[in-house]
Design a protein around this ligand. Sequence first.
Ligand code: TRP
Ligand code: SF4
Length: 404
Amino acid sequence: MSSVDSQQRVLSGMRPTGKLHLGHYHGVLKNWVKLQHEYECFFFVADWHALTTQYDDPSGIEQSVHDMVIDWLAAGVNPGSSTMFIQSQVPEHAELHLLLSMITPLGWLERIPTYKDQQEKLREKDLATYGFLGYPLLQTADILMYRAGRVPVGADQVSHVEITREIARRFNHIYGREPGFEEQAEAAIVKMGKKNAKIYRNLKKRYQEEGDNDALETARALLKEQQNISLGDRERLYGYIEGGGKVILPEPQPLLTPESKMPGLDGQKMSKSYNNYIGLREDPDSVAQKIRTMQTDPQRVRRTDPGEPEKCPVWGMHKVYSDEKTCEWVQVGCRSAGIGCLDCKKPLIDAIIEEQRPLHERAREYENSPDLVQSILQEGRERARDAARDTLDEVRSAMGLSYR
Ligand code: TRP
Ligand code: SF4
């Protein structure tokens, strides 16, 4: 079995909600594209999560999955640099979800803020279901399945990473205790050699007595470098620094996705439900049309009325797309009524269309070769399953389920 560097692992998922828009692009997707070069990344389509709220009519899910995957690829998520897959094609997630459900107190799930919130918000649906209550636990399984140390999410998902941490801690506490843990850990320290053993003991002391987090990090780095100890010993020593048992499932950290600065057409947050969005692959004519008809500063009724960019959503978009010179031109021209709103919108339209050009090109290539997309997902699925099975083997054995 391979050892996993969880600090280097990133996992994130998205529910298939159909075609993505520029808000997703400037928020989540550009972040993923960057992360894929810095970490070992797993990105997946959370189609089971979609079912928790769309169980009554799943007919649109398949198309949404397809559109979303093409959007990811168009945005530059690269199957050579990251592993992309569909959740339901890695059934191991379901087994881990089940096993974790054994140790998950109901109250933990009931107390998650998104649980009541979403039920209120989606009143027309009956969400008093087992599956919906388990939404954050399924997400926990997604994360722990890959022993991912970092989970890029928006602020609304932080509570789900938090419960993941709690469940990992509980799991390790219950199943990481083995008879003779201390003796085994002490024996493992010795195997690192005199010098490293001394460093490890020092760091452990610093962490335990002074709560020094740097010491914890340094100790983890030290353990990572050790060639002479087994994976089991490494897990013991990870756990021993903190005083507990073996760390079987490491606790992840949320990696907060920077808010997209791209406003919607009406100046609110860009969102499908507000119908104020520009699609990631919107065609150029439609982009121009949407921008041209955007509401501007309401005080600017006539061309000769001066305006105030801060009161205009077009300005918010210039801040994302335009260079300093153009921004200056907008501000001066708007406030002096030196330019009209259509003049102002022109460079913005051009910039968006220009940015989208390579996305359209990539999307077209993939749309024209469904086999290629199939094989990307197939390969992603295989890679994901290999990693998933490694974790599941350990979990099964920790829970007394390693039958021969
Ligand atoms: N719940 C997440 C969302 O709605 C999607 C998701 C499912 C996810 N599993 C995950 C995100 C695991 C991060 C990690 O956006
Ligand atoms: Fe908005 Fe530009 Fe018109 Fe000013 S000139 S109101 S910033 S569109």
